[in-house]
Each structure stands twice: as C-alpha cells, then as structure tokens.
Design a protein around this ligand. Structure first.
Ligand SMILES: Cc1ncc(COP(=O)(O)O)c(C=O)c1O
Length: 364
C-alpha cells in the first residue's frame, strides 16, 4: 500500500465486477452480457468510423443523442410536451460513468436513499463522493416498499431506483414509478433502467413532466455493446445541462468515435434490437419453467437474468460445482441473498447446457 494514498483512497471498498475468466472457455452467464453479436448495421458503422480515428470525437455525441430521442419519440409515440430531443439526452462512457456524474452533480451534500438489495455500485459511489445514504429494505418477496419511497423523510435529498432491480429482476410498473416521482417532487429520483428492455416499462415518457426524474440507460445489455462502453441519461433539459457542466469539468470526450458510431446504429436498427430482446425474453421464460421443475424458487424477472434459489444444495456449493463444470453464474455472499444464484439469460443452447449441468449436480 503506497504511503501517498489519501485518507479517502484508503477508505474505499471498490466494486467487484463479475469475473472475465481466462483459464478456460465457460458458458458465461455471470455478467448479464447479451449472447447475440451486435447487429450488422452496428458492425458496419464501427468499421467505417475507424478512418477518422486521428480526430477527436464530437464531445457532445450529438449523433447518438439524436438517435436516442428519435427512437423514444417513435417507440413510445410521444406527443406534444412529452416529445424529447437531443437536449434531453446525455452520453457517458457506460452507464457506470453516467452514474458517476449523477452522484456529485445532484447528490453531493445530501443524503440519498436506495434499496438494501440493489446494484452494488451505488454504495461505492457514495463512498467515493462522500455522500451518506439510507438503505430501504426490500419487502420479504424482494419488492420495493412503496410506502417507504412515498414517505421518504425531509432528510433524504435523492432517491435511487433500479428498475427492473438487480440482482432480483423484479420491476416497478410505470404507474408505481410515477407515484414515487409525485411524492418526491423536491428530490431527484434516479431510475436506473439498465435492464428495462427485457419486459420493464421505461419512464422516458415522463421526463418533460417531472423535473425530478433522471433515467439512466446502457447499451451494454439489450444492445450488445458491453465492450464498447456507452450509457445515457435522459431527463428534462435543465437536469441534462447540470450533467454537462460536471462532465465538461472532468472529461469532455466521454464517448469515442467508435462508440458514437456503434451506439447511433444500435438505436437505429430497431428490428434487430426487437428480434434479439424477444429471443432473450422467450429463453428466459423457458429457463424459469425448467428451473422451477427442478425445485428452484425463481423471482419473477423482467431482466436478462433470473435470481433463483436452489433446493437440495446451498447456492454457494452449486455455484462452485457449476463453475467446475464450465458454467459461470454469479453468487453474492451477502445477507438475504446468499441462498440464490443470479443466472444471465444466454442463448437456448447455453441455457440447456446450464440446466443439464444443474440437473446432474443436483441429481434431478
Ligand atoms: C443496474 C446496473 N446499472 C448499471 C450498470 C452498468 O452498466 P454499463 O456501465 O456497462 O453501462 C450495470 C451493469 O451491470 C447494472 O447492472
């Protein structure tokens, strides 16, 4: 440990991403990546963007912001005041970076609230930016406790909702999100929609009605671009302007030329996006049935993963045995969830391999 580390650096307990193993080839169901390749349109866009790499990219990533606005105006049939444009959109280097901009921009100097079981990066950002937080326990069945969110005290200055939640997969309806927004007009509500395209309801249609709403999305899951690192915030123009001020005080070029080209094409190729997310949702439903037939307790999921409790063997042991058998899933050694595995939805073939291995290990 270097003696030059600041007190802050010494105090950090960093986020641990799911492993990207190099020892052998696994059926990789541990980091919620998409099993399908980026669309041909995306691959072509990346190839043609390489010719301009000597030039800095557009610091505002305008082409992506316009593509995202157009996608949502069409997909949600937004009308009148609900219509969004590029000034409602902010681009970051992955949604983790978007979150890293949101924390100091809106939460510094306040206390924020989020669920006890949710994306484990949130408390890490709180530590880095020295923002105190209050955990709101999920209910027994891992739902959000609506009363706690609508009755959040005056000492709470911001709220984080991961919707659908990770690692549970459970989703709030749009009406529930709106109820929480209504009850917290004086608090910024960050809705992390990393997994929303797998059956959840996006809150994007509400950004011009609620100046306290900030939606965060990623191209890493439903748009096959985890390796590219592009994420977005969608909010009213004043909120986006605040993010830009902080971004331009830190790193003007959050997205590179390849990322901008890829992300624009990913939002434009709606047919491929719909085809692949529909396949993943169908595979998820099949997988849930097969896991339940094996005695697993599976939380209803609107994400590209399921959170399942095995019967007949502790989750930690099943995790190790699956790993030995070449199947990589995610295990969290944390209170309330150490009896479950989070299993990413891959292709049908990958899920069949996982199910066959689990059957063999559990003797079912
Ligand atoms: C809930 C949630 N938010 C944000 C992210 C970050 O995604 P990325 O930085 O790849 O956009 C993840 C990644 O796993 C996630 O699960």
């Amino acid at each position: 440990m270097s003696k030059f580390l600041s007190k802050l650096a010494l105090s950090l307990d960093p986020y641990v991403p799911g492993e990207q193993p190099k020892d052998k080839k696994y059926v990789k169901l541990n980091t919620n990546e998409n099993p399908y390749p980026p669309s041909q349109m995306v691959q072509d866009a990346i190839a043609s963007a390489t010719s301009d790499l000597r030039l800095y990219p557009d610091p505002d990533a305008t082409a992506v912001r316009e593509a995202i606005a157009k996608y949502y105006n069409d997909a949600l049939a937004l009308q009148g005041d609900a219509v969004i444009d590029s000034d409602n959109v902010f681009i970051g280097n992955g949604s983790d970076e978007v979150l890293a901009f949101v924390f100091p921009t809106f939460f510094k100097g306040k206390k924020i609230a989020f669920a006890d079981i949710t994306y484990s990066f949130y408390p890490v950002y709180c530590a880095l930016f020295e923002i105190p937080y209050q955990l709101i326990p999920l209910t027994e069945d891992f739902s959000y406790d609506m009363d706690a969110y609508t009755g959040a005290g005056d000492d709470i200055g911001g709220i984080l909702l991961c919707n659908p939640n990770a690692p549970t997969g459970r989703a709030l309806s749009l009406a529930e999100v709106e109820t929480i927004l209504d009850a917290n007009r004086d608090k910024l509500v960050l809705v992390d929609e990393a997994y929303v395209d797998f059956g959840g309801e996006t809150a994007v249609a509400l950004v011009n009605r609620y100046d306290n709403l900030l939606v965060c999305q990623t191209l890493s899951k439903s748009r096959q671009l985890a390796g590219m690192r592009v994420g977005a915030a969608i909010a009213c123009k004043e909120v986006i302007a605040g993010l830009n001020a902080v971004k331009n005080s830190f790193n003007s070029y959050t997205a590179d030329r390849l990322g901008i080209a890829a992300a624009k094409a990913a939002f434009e190729d709606v047919a491929y996006f719909d085809e692949t997310r529909n396949k993943i949702m169908a595979t998820r439903e099949r997988t849930v049935k097969a896991l339940e037939a094996m005695g697993f307790d599976v939380i209803p999921s609107k994400a590209n993963f399921v959170f399942a409790k095995p019967s007949g063997m502790p989750a930690a042991e099943l995790f190790k045995k699956l790993r030995d058998d070449g199947i990589l899933v995610r295990y969290f050694n944390k209170p309330r969830i150490d009896d479950r595995l989070r299993i990413t939805i891959g292709t049908d073939e990958e899920m069949d391999a996982m199910l066959a291995s689990a059957r063999k290990i559990l003797g079912k």
